[in-house]
Design a protein around this ligand. Sequence first.
Ligand code: PLP
Length: 426
Amino acid sequence: MRYERSSALFRAAYNVLPGGVNSPVRAFQAVGGTPVFVKEAKGAYFIDEDGNRFVDFIASWGPLLFGHAFEPVLEAVIERTRKGTSFGMPTALETELAEKVISMVPNVEKVRFVNSGTEACMSAVRLARGYTGRDKIIKFAGCYHGHADAFLIQAGSGAVTFGSPNSPGVTPGTAKDTLLATYNDLESVETLVSANTGEIAAFILEPVAGNMGCIPPEKGFLEGLRELCTRKGIVLIFDEVMTGFRLAPGGAQEALGIRADIATFGKVLGGGLPVGAFAASREIMRHLAPEGPVYQAGTLSGNPLAMGAGLAMLTAIEKDPEVFTRLEQKTAYLHKGLEKALDSKDVPVQINRFGSMISVHFTDAKVRDFESAAKGNNDYFKTYFHGMLDRGVYLPPSAFESYFLNDALSYEDLDLAIEAASQSMG
Ligand SMILES: *Cc1c(COP(=O)(O)O)cnc(C)c1O
C-alpha cells in the first residue's frame, strides 16, 4: 500500500501540532511508520487520503457500535444542527437522554453530562471525595481514566506506550493521593486500605480493563472490591467509558452483575460526538453543584448536537438489543480465527477477550494485569500491526489497546483479518 498523501499530510501536521496529532497514540510512535490520514468512512470501512480502503477495528476507539456514519446518528445531528448548535441553557433533550441512561444502566438515579471520558472520571473522583470527606483514591496499574492529573500514575495505553507512566507536570502532591494497586489482585487493595484507614474516598477501575489490552476481571475480584467498599464506606467507581453501552445496555454492571456507586461513561454514549457522563444514586448526586457544594460545570455540557447523537445511539441500542449478541458472536469468531492463524506460527501469543473487546499479546504467560501485559514483545507486535495494515486491516497502533468490533463488520471482513494475521506473521 502507498501512503504518500498521508505522509505529506503528517509532515504538514507535524509543523503545527505537537507530534502531528491531537491525541498521542494516533502518531504511530509505538509501531513506527506514517499515521494513516482518514478521508471518509462508512460502516466497517474507511478510506484514507491515498484512496486505500481499510476494515476498521477501532471504531473511533469504541464509540461507533454500529459502524461509521450510522444513519440514525447522522440524521439526529443534522436535524439538531439546523435548530442551533449550542445555547448554554437547558433543553428538553438533556432530560430525555438522562432518562434513557437511567432506564438502561442499573443502580443510577441521576446523571451529569460532560464532554469527554476524562472529564467524567475527573469529576466522579471529585464527587467521591466531596461525598466521603476523604482525599485518597486507589487506582489500578494499567487502567486508564483519561488524562487528569490524579490518573497519570501508571495509566495504561497511550501513557505506557510512550514510556511516561508518570507524566511531568503532575505534582508530587497530586501523586501522593493516588495509591496504586494491581488489577485482579484483591490482596494488593486490602493492603493499601489497611495502611490508609479512613482515608480512602474511592476505588476507580475499568470493570473490564481495556487500556492494557483487554483484561477481564477474574472471579471474585470485583465482588471482593464491592464488599470492601461497602464495609469501609469507600465509593466504588466503575469507569465504564469503554464498557458502557458496549458490553450490555447497562454496561459492565449489567454484564457482570456487580453494583458500582458511581459509573462514568463516554465513547458509545456520544455515538461519535464528544459526550461523557457520570451517574449515581440521588444520595450521592445531591452533593453536586448546584444541589450541593461539589463544583462541576461546562459551557458545552449537554450540547444539543451531542445529546441528539447520544439519544439516537441509545435508542438504536434499545430497539436492537440483539446487537450485543451479534457483536459477541463476531468477536468470538475472530478470537477463534486469530488463535488458529497465530498458534501455528513461531511466536508466543495470548488472546484476551470479553464481549466485543479483544486483544492480542505476544507473550507466553497469561495476561491478567499490567505487569504481564507489559511483557508482550513489541517487535512482534510491530510486524503484526504493519502486516495487517498493508493488507487493509486497521488495528489499534499500540499493543496496549483493545480492538472494538462494530456491528457493520461482516464475517467476510473477519475472514480477511484472520487471513491477514496468518500472512503477517509469515
Ligand atoms: C477512553 C477512556 C477514557 C477517556 O475518555 P476521553 O473521552 O478520551 O477523555 C477514560 N476511561 C476509559 C476506560 C477509557 O477507555
